[in-house]
Design a protein around this ligand. Structure first.
Ligand SMILES: Cc1ncc(COP(=O)(O)O)c(C=O)c1O
Length: 371
């Protein structure tokens, strides 16, 4: 019963492994999904969605009516340049399957989201990390350009970043996009920002593929609804791969997404509410990090993560010990690449009290260990 060679060295992510250590006593600051509860409007739409339309397969790329709504304020052709996916993750998988061949290089952020190097390996490619540097985690285009070789097939960028919370400015995105290879821009946290909306790569050049979805913006992680924007010639192989992975995204989720996009005013106020809640939780996290961990970090510009330096040499061991001995879950930075060693990701997608007590527990453990 040997698993396929392509799975060699690939394990369930450290994020999932740490979360598996949770008990009923645990305070969870390892979480990667919003803690914003659906309001009455969203709940009502969700209960109407399954009854309100077809239960049949949709076109592989998703219902055209949804694609039209998604592309409304863009110059992307809903018939050929938008594909609805079973979450951003499936969209990314389809893109990598469509473009990465044996030995192709995929430039991935380090620290960066856990899936990118794994998706590259699953497609037979070689992940090539580019560094993003502390303390500001501001991406320098030169760090990316320096890694491009004749084998570079994809460059992955992620803004706002999981796990860093930093964003990439438009000039940097343009410089990277004009380097030549296809750019995959993961914008799943685009609606969760604090001072100003992050720059988007949408439409900046024809070699850019943008992925996004409703998991984070609408607390819909379990409903698996994402989408891809790309120019027609770039999109065609992605839709072919997507057909053999998912056939189509759930039609219930597609119907719900359409309903959400239809109620524009509600949607604007929902997103404001989401940002307001995360703003408050971000302040709570920053306060406790400064007071309990004596760490000064730049306030994250988007998403709901802080990436905090800790004076311990093995952060995986540290995070496992915190989970079992201090009943608090945080993610070791090394889960996000070698450059994450020495850091832990503390998510602030949790109630203010949980954030305060959870970070206090981390601080107490560090003090007891004499760090
Ligand atoms: C950077 C990033 N991209 C993609 C995803 C996957 O999102 P989805 O639920 O749309 O598959 C996540 C989820 O944590 C993420 O953090």
């Amino acid at each position: 019963m040997q698993p396929a060679k392509r799975l060699g060295g690939i394990e369930i992510s450290l994020i999932r492994q740490i979360n598996a250590l949770a008990t009923s006593e645990s305070l969870n600051l390892g979480i990667g999904e919003p803690n914003v509860e659906p309001d009455e409007t969203l709940r009502a739409m969700a209960s109407r969605a399954p009854g309100g339309g077809s239960w049949h397969y949709s076109p592989n790329a998703g219902n055209l009516s949804l694609r039209k709504k998604l592309s409304e304020r863009t110059d992307f052709n809903p018939k050929s340049e938008v594909c609805v996916t079973a979450g951003t993750e499936e969209g990314l998988y389809a893109i990598f399957q469509a473009y990465v061949s044996e030995g192709d290089e995929v430039l991935v952020p380090n620290p960066g989201f856990v899936s990118y190097p794994t998706l590259a390996k699953l497609a037979g490619g070689v992940p090539v990390p580019y560094s993003i540097e502390p303390p500001n985690w501001k991406l320098d285009a030169k760090a990316v350009l320096a890694k491009i070789t004749s084998r570079t097939k994809l460059i992955v960028v992620n803004s706002p970043s999981n796990p860093l919370g930093s964003t990439i400015d438009r000039q940097t995105l343009e410089t990277i996009a004009s380097a030549g290879p296809l750019v995959v821009s993961d914008e799943i946290y685009s609606e969760i920002w604090f001072d100003a909306p992050p720059a988007s790569t949408l439409g900046i050049r024809d070699n850019v593929i943008v992925v996004n979805g409703m998991s984070k913006s609408h607390s819909m992680t379990g409903l698996r609804l994402g989408w891809i924007f790309a120019r027609e010639n770039v999109m065609r192989p992605v839709i072919t791969a997507h057909q053999y992975i998912a056939t189509c995204a759930s039609v219930f989720s597609q119907q719900l997404a359409e309903m959400i996009l239809d109620v524009k005013e509600w949607n604007v106020s929902w997103l404001e509410r989401v940002r307001a809640q995360f703003r408050e939780q971000r302040e709570a996290a920053l306060y406790s990090i400064a007071h309990e961990l004596e760490a000064k970090i730049p306030p994250p510009a988007g998403a709901f993560y802080t990436f905090v330096p800790v004076p311990t040499c093995d952060t995986e061991f540290f995070a496992r010990t915190l989970a079992t001995d201090a009943a608090v879950l945080v993610i070791p930075g090394v889960a996000f690449g070698s450059a994450g060693e020495g850091f832990i990701r503390i998510s602030f997608a949790a109630p203010v009290d949980t954030i305060g007590v959870g970070i206090e527990r981390v601080g107490r453990w560090l003090r007891a260990a004499g760090r």
